[in-house]
Design a protein around this ligand. Sequence first.
Ligand SMILES: [Zn+2]
Length: 367
Amino acid sequence: MFDLLIKNGKLITGKKVDIAIKDGAILNVDTVIESTAKEVIDLAGEHYVSAGWIDDHVHCYEKMTLYYDYPDKIGVTKGVTTVIDAGTTGAENIGDFYELTKKVKTNVYALVNISKWGIVEQDELADLTKVQAELVHDRLAELPQFIVGIKARMSKTVVGENGITPLELAKKIQHENDVPLMIHIGSAPPELQEVLTLLDAGDVLTHCFNGKPNGILDKDTDEIKDFARAAYDKGIVFDIGHGTDSFNFHVAEVALKEGMKATSISTDIYHRNRESGPVYDLATTMEKLRVVGYSWEEILDKVTAVPAQSFHLAKKGQLTAGFDADLTIFDLENGEKTLTDSNGFTRTAKELIKPVKTIIGGTVYDN
Ligand SMILES: [Zn+2]
């Protein structure tokens, strides 16, 4: 007997699906599964189901004063089964963060900031004595179940006078420990070209469609800069990381016109941009990419399989037997909603995505 049986769900392709769950894992996925279960949810062919949504750029260590939130406020209540905190904490405080996450419903992972106290102040990489490779190494060794990579924020306000040096240190730490790396970009210095030159295929570049002069769009020609195109073609992961300052509709639209789509979709959410916008939640960010012109099928892939792959979450991101029983049940509705990017520009969404149930490790939560 199964613990949970989901009947008559709809995949985004329109295909009907039943899903059997036992001991926190997906046991079977098929058109029809005839069996008994302790709990049955019949979606009556009306609701969609996908692998649980993963937001790979959030800030949810509640003890911070700058960027903080609570995992369940951006996770389970928003249809998101897994969040990856992107460098809020460093080697000195990530252990405490881990302890707090044990009590929440949402799956939480973290990237450790190469600066040892994380984002305690805006310029965490202005003082390079805070970058201690040994400490990062020790934490990665102690908490492999929690820390899934490293993070460095490479923009003017963060690095101060240090230019590209923090990225060189980050790459060194990455190579010594063989872990994924996420780089935040923003205003120069360092110049974007210099940052991209140091990145390798598989490295994650977050805030990819920001509207700043040091972004991927050449404002004079209104085309994607050649070196940005080359970095994308090389296999650098372009991650949305919407945030308060870092998503611009026009940049995303020009990129799409030139055949360049974000590799993964994430929010860079924390309490302020969740409560007052422009982020609100992952679903709203997904709606923005739908308006830009992505299909729902690819949007879902970019919040499930892709982030799982980027950060080596081996049992997540797929609706497949053997994977963790993390699922998002949602509706697609016609409507009209004004969406605002980080620069105050708006578009009107006609298709809205609404999570109705979030299933984490086989436990069902209503949205
Ligand atoms: Zn961030």
